[in-house]
Design a protein. Structure first.
Length: 135
């Protein structure tokens, strides 16, 4: 299985073609990867489960980049996922912040897409979560 993403716009198109990891996470854990799909949004950092430095799981994710798979607890993902400008703490500035993320179930794999709510570049930013297949 593959993740195929068409990003950008007519003047600056990007195509990503990435192999999906299908192996289940460790027992009781969740696997998740993120893709930055927002042309015009600078690089971002991602925090999972809190806003302190030890909760930063991704640093400097730029447009058209996809992270490696991260493994974490359902509780951390339910607690919070926060997207900030690169090198900024969630207390100083956040682009997106989601709490009570009860869509995550243990032993599953997800793709989180940081993008616009619609095809319009002026629409609100959102984090959309997609379930991936698991062997």
């Amino acid at each position: 299985f593959y993740t195929v993403s068409i990003l950008g716009n007519e003047k600056d198109p990007h195509i990503l073609f990435e192999t999906m990891e299908l192996q289940k996470p460790s027992l009781g854990q969740v696997k998740l990867r993120f893709i930055h799909a927002t042309l015009g949004l600078d690089a971002v950092d991602l925090y999972v489960g809190g806003s302190t430095p030890e909760h930063k799981v991704v640093s400097g994710l730029s447009f058209a980049q996809i992270t490696e798979y991260l493994e974490g607890s359902q509780e951390d993902l339910w607690e919070s996922i926060t997207v900030t400008p690169v090198n900024m703490s969630p207390e100083d500035s956040s682009i997106l912040s989601y709490t009570t993320n009860n869509v995550f179930l243990p032993n599953n794999i997800y793709l989180g897409v940081i993008g616009h709510a619609t095809s319009s570049a002026s629409s609100a930013l959102q984090l959309q979560i997609y379930t991936q297949p698991v062997n």
